[in-house]
Design a binder for this molecule. Structure first.
Ligand code: NAD
Ligand code: TYD
Length: 380
């Protein structure tokens, strides 16, 4: 029938117009928040393929509710496995790559740097080569409207002195930890593909994120989890190191805006002028927990400033990070929307509502990690 063929043609057209995203590391903290954000924003007008090898930091529970979506596919693969990655490109017309997959924890990189080089440097090279091979045309130009976004960190810029200066896109890379050195190397590889092959990529350098699904090896979820159990709260050094905190949804939004509106080949810093000392963060968390927990809740009695424990400093601990987000604001119109006092409440509320998530991720290997990382620093 004519009507049916119109509908069929229209459906075919819609399928062809639909952008397909290849997200790496989508089972981790920021990647999973990004996938939730994108489906909330675009509904069924996009398709997302999530490739993740599920390290200790990858958790499919972070994608509950998404798995049933017919426009979502999960592929368990390592980004260093070139055959698997190339197969995904061969079997799908990928329009956008959003590359989150990485080893992401500084303390782990100090103990075991090798896997950071493997995943963050060589894995990024595999991703670049697979995308280039799939998108490049015979004349050396690329198929239209293809874009690769490399998600990086402000840590590649090194460390700022107390109260002085900001990181700009032009700040020279000066990484200090094996983690930030591996991310800086991957940034340089991406830049080299832009410069050498005119590869259609952007790099984003974001400050520290916080929010739902963050693994409790990082400061904010670790402090929330320990405080609720009346466990000591480890503060490295003098507690006055400064990080520039951004709510994870604001990061997801920035990534999407850079991919749609950013100038190809450019680097964009993402951050929200929300600098705080670690010790301030810990006090805010304790105050917010006390404010949010009802008096009858037995956990409330355990929460106390006395839990704060100054411990041996992190080796090579960067003093201060602070992003100047002027370029992304001026060129793309992105600005953070979530004030820290609101973001931390949302985050804590999420942890209250998802106690099982925390129980599951802290069972088994986490305990071993915690004991190894903190046993010389803390005596309970
Ligand atoms: P995360 O550690 O929570 O998640 C990393 C994800 O990558 C996990 O799901 C893990 O299973 C996956 N992964 C690791 N190695 C892999 C491999 N070889 N192959 C396939 N998958 C692999 O990290 P995150 O905090 O969500 O960070 C995501 C990205 O954002 C990273 O590139 C990180 O450098 C960057 N970043 C993080 C922050 C932050 O505050 N967390 C800030 C700025 C930039
Ligand atoms: P972290 O969340 O590991 O992020 P990053 O090192 O990438 O900035 O740490 C944030 C800050 O908190 C950093 O200055 C180290 C400090 N920190 C502590 O004081 N105690 C802890 O137990 C952890 C995990 C971090």
């Amino acid at each position: 029938m004519e009507g049916e063929s119109y509908a069929q043609n229209r459906a075919k057209e819609m399928r062809e117009m639909m952008k397909t995203y290849l997200v790496t590391g989508g089972a981790g903290f920021i990647g999973s928040n990004y996938i939730h954000y994108m489906f909330r924003k675009y509904g069924d007008s996009i398709r997302i393929i999530n490739v993740d090898c599920l390290t200790y930091a990858g958790n499919l529970e972070n994608l509950k509710g998404i798995e049933e979506n017919p426009n979502y596919t999960f592929v368990k693969a390592n980004i260093c496995d070139s055959d698997s990655i190339r197969r995904i490109f061969a079997e799908n017309e990928i329009d956008r790559v959003v590359h989150f997959a990485a080893e992401s924890h500084v303390d782990r990189s100090i103990v075991n740097p090798e896997v950071f080089v493997q995943t963050n440097v060589l894995g990024t090279l595999v991703m670049l080569n697979a995308a280039k091979e799939s998108w490049e045309q015979k004349d050396g130009t690329y198929k239209p409207d293809k874009r690769f976004l490399h998600v990086s960190t402000d840590e590649v810029y090194g460390s700022l002195p107390d109260g002085d200066g900001y990181f700009y896109e032009t700040t020279p890379l000066d990484p200090h930890s094996p983690y930030s050195a591996s991310k800086a190397s991957s940034d340089m590889l991406v830049k080299s593909y832009v410069d050498t092959y005119k590869f259609p990529a952007n790099i984003t350098n974001c400050s520290n994120n916080y929010g739902p699904y963050q693994f409790p090896e990082k400061l904010i979820p670790l402090i929330i989890n320990n405080a609720l159990q009346g466990k000591k709260l480890p503060v490295y050094g003098d507690g006055k190191n400064v990080r520039d905190w951004l709510y994870v949804d604001d990061h997801a939004k920035a990534i999407d805006m850079v991919q749609e509106k950013g100038r190809l080949g450019e680097r964009y810093n993402i951050g929200g002028h929300n600098e705080k000392q670690n010790i301030e963060i810990i006090h805010i968390i304790l105050d917010t927990l006390k404010e949010m927990l009802p008096d009858a809740d037995p956990r409330k009695r355990k929460i106390s400033e006395d839990l704060i424990t100054y411990v041996e400093d992190r080796k090579g601990h960067d003093r201060r990070y602070a992003i100047a987000p002027d370029k992304i604001k001026a060129e793309i119109g992105w600005e953070p929307e979530t004030m820290f006092k609101d973001g931390i409440k949302k985050t804590i509320a999420w942890f209250f509502e998802n106690e099982d998530w925390m129980k599951n991720v802290t069972s088994g290997d986490y305990q071993k990690y915690y004991d190894e990382m903190y046993h010389d620093r803390i005596t309970e």
